[in-house]
Design a binder for this molecule. Structure first.
Ligand SMILES: *Cc1c(COP(=O)(O)O)cnc(C)c1O
Length: 394
């Protein structure tokens, strides 16, 4: 069939450019040691930064949630799918990050991808006087949310406050929305959020913060990037995901109650989808307890120790380690084929490190993306350091 041949030719082009992606099927829970195809591997590629995804207390809370509420929600939130567990989770999340917002309220979503579509369309859809200012390295879901909103979109270069300031000053839009990752997923660096917020307040713009990699991992209490930078403002619209450090799945938006009510009334990605299984919301209550409690604090401290260990131990000459202080530790190799070969060589040695190519990262910056987790031991990180240092020299 000609339609299939067309698709097949496109796949072959990807193959020729070393851009075909392959999934590996994991037989064990997410953790530092996983089994794939009968082999045990030491994994440095999940976003389970605190090692909670396989935590027995979360599995138990999920079982309890299932026995309390069954399996599915059965409907969207606005019909009959909004359960007691969702309501409790919203309240807890509003408290969790509420110290940084004014009149805080939270709204949960099945995924961070959907939360980002919902925020950007909810704040701007149908508003001819809206403009979105998007950081160049933003996550794909923010790019897609901006597209879906059909608002005017201006992209500002990575961390370039002067460029953003000029764009804001030149804009005549009454509804300005600045949007940025807090921790950049492929680079691991932090956005200059205090300066960004000051700029937004000066120009009367919303600041939408995507804290997918900060929620649970940053801040003394795990409250995320707003706690880390000690920010507070009615201009802040906060998005956190619950499938990374929180170890379960889903996401939420927290902001002024009027913003949240707007999303409930107007955001199609919130309205036209089935509510997540209530058992997940129930399990997330336990996850928030872990994040805020002594265990979360100890896990974050251990994670910081591991990041410092990697920083001190890597001795790279040709490859370039990004200056990241977070759990995301990219090593830029440049060439896609060489990056894939490096990833394959590590895999042969039993080390699973993500190899990231364009279009996920800009052309010519293919990289290994090692992620550390509080579940790792110092000895395991030492193994990664030794392997990387040796591999670069071959
Ligand atoms: C993972 C991620 C998302 C999407 O969250 P999901 O819950 O996985 O859909 C959004 N933004 C950033 C920066 C992310 O890293």
């Amino acid at each position: 069939m000609e339609l299939l041949s067309r698709l097949d030719r496109q796949l072959q082009t990807l193959e020729q450019h070393s851009l075909i992606r392959q999934r590996r099927t994991v037989d064990t829970p997410c953790g530092p040691r996983v089994r794939v195809g009968g082999r045990e591997l030491l994994a440095f590629c999940s976003n389970d930064y605190l090692g909670l995804a396989g935590h027995p207390a979360l599995a138990e809370a999920l079982r309890e949630g299932a026995s309390l509420y069954g399996a599915g929600s059965g409907a969207s939130h606005l019909i009959s799918g909004h359960g007691r567990a969702h309501a409790q989770l919203e309240e807890r999340l509003a408290q969790f990050v509420g110290a940084h917002l004014e009149s805080p309220r939270a709204l949960t979503f099945s995924t961070g991808y959907m939360a980002n579509l919902a925020v950007l369309t909810g704040l701007t859809a149908g508003d001819k006087d809206a403009e979105i200012f998007s950081e160049a390295l933003n996550h794909a879901s923010l790019i897609d949310g901006a597209r879906l909103s059909r608002a005017k979109v201006s992209v500002y270069p990575h961390a370039d406050l002067a460029a953003l300031g000029a764009l804001l000053a030149a804009s005549t839009a009454a509804n300005k929305v600045v949007v940025s990752d807090s921790v950049f997923s492929m680079d691991g660096d932090l956005a200059p959020l205090p300066a960004l917020l000051a700029l937004c307040e000066r120009h009367g713009a919303w600041l939408v913060v995507d804290d997918a990699h900060g929620f649970g991992a940053l801040g003394a209490n795990g409250h995320g990037a707003l706690e880390h930078f000690d920010l507070r403002s009615p201009y802040l619209v906060y998005m956190g995901t619950l499938g990374k450090a929180a170890g379960v799945g889903g996401a939420f938006v927290a902001a002024h109650e009027i913003v949240i009510e707007t999303l409930i009334q107007k955001s199609r990605p919130y309205i036209f989808t089935t509510a997540a299984p209530p058992a997940l919301a129930h399990a997330l209550l336990t996850s928030l307890d872990l994040l805020e409690g002594a265990e979360g604090r100890a896990r974050r401290a251990h994670l910081h120790t591991l990041v410092a260990q990697l920083d001190a131990g890597l001795a790279l000459k040709r490859w370039r380690r990004m200056p990241s202080t977070t759990a995301i530790q990219p090593i830029v190799i440049g060439d896609s084929a060489e990056t894939m070969n490096a990833g394959a060589a590590l895999y042969e040695q039993g080390l699973w490190v993500g190899a990231i190519r364009p279009p996920t990262v800009p052309a010519g910056t293919a990289r290994l993306r090692a992620t550390l987790s509080a579940g790792h031991t110092g000895a395991e990180v030492a193994q990664l350091i030794t392997a990387l240092n040796a591999l670069e020299r071959t």
